[in-house]
Design a protein around this ligand. Structure first.
Ligand SMILES: C[S@@+](CC[C@H](N)C(=O)[O-])C[C@H]1O[C@@H](n2cnc3c(N)ncnc32)[C@H](O)[C@@H]1O
Length: 231
């Protein structure tokens, strides 16, 4: 159950203090299993319950049998749910929730967040989001919903770039979310500065290509990315 660099980064930024962690669209369940292992290793007094969620029944059966096999005697710490992430039954579980959604398109992610937000408008929820594409639109939605930013990270894996957004539905508990990102443009090393520059170049050329067809829609986005200052 080896974790990709992207999911390792997601796992590393998870804060403590959650009662329920939802590994949504979990596929083979690597992330949830790694989070479970960490809980066991830390011998947390009140460990978070790990919820593996995917819409494909066979995947959920395999996850359940693998976790039972590789992490025996942990049944009280996890469960599987074969369901649509838009229908998470958060109200059945008391306490603080973290919802992780990674590895699906930003448009599908926006649909999930919209549905969860509509169903639980007053519940304070944290999300870790790692979309494939549509980062700008996703950020716009989070801003519209008054979410607050806890942390954001940019990584490169297999020649692809991923933004990881750790956000909370409670705006006063986080910083303002920028439509183009803020922390992701700050480099902590020469190598990261190079990744950031590559990402900016790639993002700008992506929108400049689209601008050849529908300039009025993307021109403001291009102008926004042109203001980025890497430091
Ligand atoms: C590419 S995998 C992502 C795996 C892992 N989260 C990652 O980041 O590598 C996408 C998964 O999303 C699941 N999925 C797609 N639509 C879904 C939905 N509406 N509800 C729950 N799972 C869904 C698919 O079955 C698939 O296993």
């Amino acid at each position: 159950m080896k974790l990709s660099k992207r999911l390792q980064q997601v796992e590393q930024i998870v804060e403590t203090g959650y009662d329920h962690i939802w590994d949504c669209c979990c596929d083979h369940g690597q992330l949830g299993a790694a989070l479970l292992k960490t809980q066991i290793a830390k011998q947390a007094i009140t460990p978070a319950q790990i919820h593996f969620v995917d819409i494909v029944p066979e995947l959920m059966d395999t996850v359940a049998s693998n976790v039972k096999r590789f992490l025996p005697n942990t049944e009280s710490l996890w469960q599987t749910h074969c369901l649509d992430v838009a229908l998470l039954p958060l109200d059945l579980y008391q306490g603080k929730h973290l919802i992780i959604i990674a590895g699906v398109g930003g448009d599908l992610m926006m649909h999930f967040i919209d549905a969860i937000h509509q169903q639980y408008p007053t519940l304070e929820l944290d999300f870790i989001l790692c979309p494939v594409h549509h980062q700008f639109a996703l950020r716009q939605q989070l801003i519209e919903f008054n979410f607050g930013l806890k942390q954001e990270v940019l990584i490169k894996e297999n020649n692809r770039f991923y933004e990881i957004l750790y956000v909370t539905s409670s705006q006063h508990k986080g910083a303002n979310i920028s439509p183009i990102g803020d922390q992701i443009w700050h480099a902590s090393s020469v190598a990261q500065a190079e990744i950031i520059q590559q990402y900016l170049t790639k993002t700008l050329s992506h929108y400049q290509r689209i601008a050849q067809g529908t300039p009025e829609q993307v021109e403001p986005i291009i102008q926004a990315y042109k203001t980025v200052q890497i430091n």
